[in-house]
Design a protein around this ligand. Sequence first.
Ligand SMILES: *Cc1c(COP(=O)(O)O)cnc(C)c1O
Length: 513
Amino acid sequence: MSTERAACGPLSPHLATLGAHLDRYLRFEHPDAMHEPERWRHVLGGDLPSEGIGIDAVLEQIGHWLLPNGSQIPHPGCTSFITTGATTVGVLATLAGAVASPQRLGATAFNHLEELSLQWLARLFGLPEGFQGLYSSGGSTANLVALGGARQAALERRGIDPAQGGLPGRCRLYATAASHHTIQRAAAVLGMGRAAVVRIAQDAEGRMRPDALRARLCADAGDDVVPVAVVANAGTTATGAIDPLRAIGEIAREHGLWFHVDGAYGLPGILDARVRPLYDGLALADSVIVDPHKWLGAPVGIGATFVRDRRVLHRAFTQEHADYLEGACSVEGVQHSMESLGTPYAEFGVELSAPARGAVVWALLREIGTEGLRERVCRHNTMARHVAARAAAHPRLQLLRAPTLSICCFRYTSDLPLDLDALNQRIHRELLRRGRHMPSTARVDGALAIRPCFIGARTGAAEADGLVDEVVEIGDRLLAEHGLRAFQRPGAPVAASPRTAAIAAPSTQRAGA
Ligand SMILES: *Cc1c(COP(=O)(O)O)cnc(C)c1O
């Protein structure tokens, strides 16, 4: 067989080998990728290969060099990013789609699940009856698509079709500084410009202030601008804050504005009865997004946009007529899967070719059901509350923001005149170096916080306690080893002896446990 034809061989023996490699990777016994980067860079090759090495050799390189030097994100102790490691069934369904559904075209079982799973998500998160969805690559694209719909609707009301003729003037989007930066990018890509995003003031908990929104909309009413949408957060990325959705939604209605809710991270929080009331007003939304590749544990590459009526997305994103696409979209009376194009998802967003994402979401929900997902969300929210309680009670920890969802912002602190930002930065770096607990940092009211976001399906209570213990241990050790001088706050009087930076006696250490 020619080497080229060899590329079409059977899958299963290779999958068994890959499966063993993947299981080994998930034990996380390997060192971090930056331990010896030259070695794997060398083995994986430099020059464009002219002769192939064959599938067995490639698989060997994947197993021994690629996977062990992959990401730390799926590690149970990694709480940095909101993206997580995929669950097993999500990986299996992704693979099934990669083999058997190279497109979202045709009257196939995969395409049936695309629509069915979107409806399941809408029901799961309590979206109003009739909401229609669309998958895309993630929250960035999901926001882009939703705001594309908002832009279309806002200008159509003025008799203008922006999809055809572009923008007639200055547009505005109303959001807070806690909104995800992809909102600005969406504004730029949609031709409104980053400057179109107006910052509305937040309250002490980082939520949009409805009075500030109302004041700004009234002030803008006299201006020569097109108000396009209000963007609210159902779970901000830094702290998990949920904006007052009902108040914002009602103001948006009053002003005839599209109301967009970014729930990329936090929408599944609605499953936890303790925080469900915070989602009151979600039903006023014109568009809502959620990322199945976050709390649902799907492999990365799955976001979902929901709108009241997908036809506005069609008008915003439809392609020019393509001659080769002459099949009907209806699946009524179809005898062969290729006789119909199926639902024209490509007309509702910015992707034509796209993987089968519905089958993945279907598999995740089939496996554990709504109750399984609710359990996961509640467990993670409880973990954030537990970290908060320990931080509040510990003499050398400070809770910077009480958690709303599964994010807790806290830091190591001291009564001494120390640069706490620098100290916590060092603690964070040491946490990463050790590789057992890997949170991110965030700024909360100007202070550098240690920020775990508990979201991984494999992440449990042990990771929450372990993180708190390790922060205290590293903070204590840094002060004991380096003394006060290393973390002296600029301008503060230098202590007589660095050793007087003696930390509280170990007997008081576990006060918050
Ligand atoms: C993660 C996130 C996004 C961006 O989503 P991607 O899937 O990373 O593109 C948007 N908004 C919020 C609130 C997020 O947390």
